[in-house]
Structures are given as C-alpha cells and as structure tokens.
Design a protein around this ligand. Structure first.
Ligand code: EPU
Length: 428
C-alpha cells in the first residue's frame, strides 16, 4: 500500500492555525539534553516523525524518553553513563542525527556517528563540524561509514572560524564547547532563531554563552550542566508555509504562535506579491484578494531568505502574474522538485543555482512525488490551486516536518485527504 495526499484544487483557505515548536530547533534541544544528567523537559514539541526518530536515537544511547503528544512535551531522562554510538539505521532516516556528535563528545569523550551521506537536496558536508572539533583538541577519523571523534582529555577552548555560517557546524561546535576548558570563540556562526533557542536553553542549563544572535559566539566552559525545562521556539518555516498558503489560494489565514520578526524577508516578499500582512500579539494574519505578482528570491543564511521556503515560493511564482528569478545558494539539488511541479504545468527553467519561473494563470492536477519535506509542502500548495486532482506521493517526507498538516488544511477549507492506494508509485 502507498500513502498519498489527494488534493482537489480550487478553494480559498480561510481561518486560523496554531504553529508548534520548530523541528529544526527541537531536534537539537533533544540532543543538548544529553549534556546534563537528569530529566530535561521540552515544551511545545511538534508531533512529527523526526521527533520520534530522535527519541529512538536517545533511547539507544541509554536515555528514557517519553513523548506526550497531547501536551506536546518530551521528557528525556539522561543517565550518568551514556552509550556513544549512533547507528546508520537511524542516521539514514534523519540526517539531523548528526547533532548528537558534539554533546556525546563532551559527555563521553568519544562519539561514533554514522555518516549521513547526501540526500535529495544535495551533498551535506561535515568538514566544518570536524575541523571545529579538532580545533578543540579532539581526534576525528572516518572509518567503516562512521565518523569517530574522541578526546582523551577534556576539550580545550580555542578560536574557531567557520568558512560558512553553517547551522549544523555551529551547533556541533557550540555543544562540544560548553564544557570545554577555558574560552571558545566561534566566528562566522549561523544566526538562525533556532541557534539562539539552543543557546538560551544551554545558558539556562548553566552554560556561559554570549553573543546570541550575532556572528560571534563566546563560550566560557563550565564543569557541568543541569537539566532544565525549556519551551521550543515557534517553527518559522511552518508559519511561512501557511503565509504562502494564504497568498497562493487568495485566502485569509491568521497564524498564531508565530514570530513575524523571524520571517521578515519572506513576509516582505508576500507584501510585494500583493498580500496584506498584519502583525498580531501572538502571530500575524496574511490575506490576499488578487492573483499574486511574481517575486524574485535569493536564499541565504539567516537573516536572508530561508532555503526551506524556496519550494513554496516557486509554487507561488508558478501561478503568479509575471516571471521571477529564484536563486538557491544553500543546497545544490533543491531545484530537483521543479520536475514534479512541471507535471502540474508549471513553467520553470533551471540553470545551475538559478530558476526562472514564468507564472501561468492555471496549473492542472496530476500525480507528483515529494522528494523532501519542503518540496512536499510546495507540491501540496501547488495542488491547492491546480484544476482537478493532485496526488502527492512521498507523504512520509511531509510527516517529517509538518504536524497535523492535513487536518489544519481541512479546517481552513482545503479539499485534501490522506488515502492509501494499492498501486505502486505514479509512472513518470
Ligand atoms: N556544509 C558544508 N560543510 C559543513 C556543513 C555544511 O559544506 O561542515 C554545507 C552544506 O552541504 C550545505 C550548506 O553548507 O550546502 C548549509 O548547511 P547547514 O549546515 O547550514 O545546514 P544543516 O545544518 O545541514 C539545517 C536545517 C535545514 C536547513 C539548513 C539551512 C536542520 C535539521 N536542518 O541544515 O533544514 O535548510 O539548516 O537553513 O536543522 C529542512 O528543514 O527541510 C532542512 C533541510
């Protein structure tokens, strides 16, 4: 049996949605819990597949993990002695498993994490993670498909420059440095809200990190951390996806538990496309009453335009008035999904890391395959405005990042259902 989303295009989306905590924060917060013996509790945890995979990974390291879906909490009970190996069967399901590397090295003096390899959005290097750990005094080798890092002595603070503000490398080095001897300065760090979130949690655990939200983090090493209770930052990519949903369907969506200041460029682009965005105390409202105008975008590390909203904006441009140039600077293969969008009649021509999208008044429903989380979201959005039925396969990708997506869409008035089908995947 194959699961798919059946989307019947046409209606406007109108109503309210509540955004949960961010996937790309909570996975790292769960890994950060490893740094303190005892019970850490995370609040506002999204009910997504990746949280389950991370919970399983922590259990295999020796933790007790309970996920309360009703209350959106995860409790992680971390023992005094941890196992330090993350196996390939879990890492291959979720690349973010690499975020246990730094905490395990800090806690156990050793970490063995299966190499995640590339994925459908491109090659995903780890060189900066490794170089940063070596700078702090660790040894690191690549053997039999595993990255093996170790340090006979406590890690030592040092000055680390990142070639590029990588989210993952910033997190790995940060989590390794919090209990290192002396001071670590990491320069050219990623400044994503999820990085600030992890710094806030680590500081509450007793870490001494300063420079939050800037390009330089200074970490004064401490001897040990204590467990805490921490609320996850809202998911700006989910909020941004709802904002695009309002615009593409010429609808009106109030997005609660969202921070407009984390989405400034994306919301500004939607205003350029013709939307009205009103800021509320606990979120924002996006309404649209005309065909959107095409908008150029250029993805960059935060506070630049997020790569994780690029496919949704390509879908928007596909039905917009005019043509738009989309430039992808983060992931080499993130345009792969446009071949699927083309099945709906989208006119997208790619050349290297540029895509020219010529807007057409209409798309027409067809079977399509989601190749990653955000491509899946982009395809569902396109399906909402395509004539007839769009069948989106590869639903597990969407489940990895969007909690209750189908139910929320239904509440907003979309004609969408999750069904199982006997047939194999659609023929290309
Ligand atoms: N890179 C290297 N070497 C490194 C580290 C990164 O070459 O040592 C390259 C990557 O190959 C990539 C670029 O740098 O081309 C950016 O990678 P980064 O490390 O910033 O990204 P990440 O930590 O792998 C996280 C999110 C992604 C999000 C990016 C950028 C998680 C679990 N993933 O990935 O989220 O797109 O930051 O904002 O936090 C998604 O949610 O759909 C998703 C892909």
């Amino acid at each position: 049996m194959v699961e798919l989303l059946k989307v019947v295009g046409g209606g406007r989306l109108v109503g309210e949605v509540h955004v949960t905590g961010a996937k790309n924060s909570v996975l790292k917060l769960m890994a950060a819990a490893l740094l303190a013996e005892g019970t850490t509790t995370l609040l506002d945890v999204p009910d997504i597949l990746d949280v389950e995979i991370m919970a399983e990974l922590l259990r295999r390291l020796g933790c007790e993990v309970s996920h309360n879906r009703i209350q959106s909490t995860v409790e992680i009970c971390v023992p005094a002695v941890l196992d330090h190996r993350a196996d390939y069967d879990l890492v291959r399901r979720m690349r973010a498993s690499i975020c246990v590397l730094g905490p395990l090295l800090a806690r156990c003096g050793a970490a063995e994490v299966a190499l995640p390899g590339g994925d459908n959005i491109g090659s995903r290097g780890l060189d900066m993670h490794v170089e940063g750990l070596i700078k702090l005094g660790a040894q690191a080798v690549n053997e039999h498909g595993y990255l093996i890092a170790s340090s006979k002595q406590r890690l030592r603070g040092d000055l680390v420059y990142l070639d590029f503000p990588s989210v993952g490398a910033t997190e790995t080095i940060l989590m390794a440095a919090v209990t290192a001897l002396g001071t670590t300065v990491i320069d050219n760090v990623a400044r994503e809200p999820e990085i600030i979130d992890i710094c806030i949690m680590l500081n509450a655990m007793g870490a001494q990190i300063s420079g939050l939200g800037t390009s330089t983090l200074t970490i004064d090493g401490v001897d040990a951390l204590q467990p805490v209770t921490h609320r996850t930052v809202p998911d700006r990519i989910v909020a941004g996806t709802w904002a695009v949903a309002a615009v593409i369907t010429q609808g009106d969506i109030t997005i609660r538990n969202a921070r407009a200041e984390h989405l400034q460029i994306a919301l500004d682009k939607l205003v350029t496309a013709g939307a009205v965005v009103s800021i509320l105390d606990d979120g924002f409202r996006v309404s649209m009453n005309q065909r959107p105008l095409a908008v150029d975008i250029v993805t960059l590390p935060y506070p630049g335009f997020p790569t994780d909203l690029q496919p949704q904006f390509i879908a928007l441009n596909a039905i917009a008035d005019g043509a738009a140039l989309v430039t992808e600077n983060l992931f080499e293969a993130r345009f792969r999904f446009v071949q699927e969008l083309a099945r709906l009649g989208a006119d997208v021509r790619t050349d290297g890391h540029h895509a020219l999208v010529r807007g057409h008044q209409k798309l027409s429903g067809a079977p399509v395959e989601a190749t990653d989380i955000r491509a899946g979201a982009g395809l569902v959005l396109a399906g909402l405005v395509a004539e007839g039925v769009t069948s989106v396969y590869g639903v597990s990708h969407i489940d990895r990042g969007y909690a209750g997506f189908v139910q929320d869409l239904q509440r907003l008035g979309a004609d969408i259902s999750r069904i199982e089908e006997d047939a194999l995947k659609p023929q290309g």
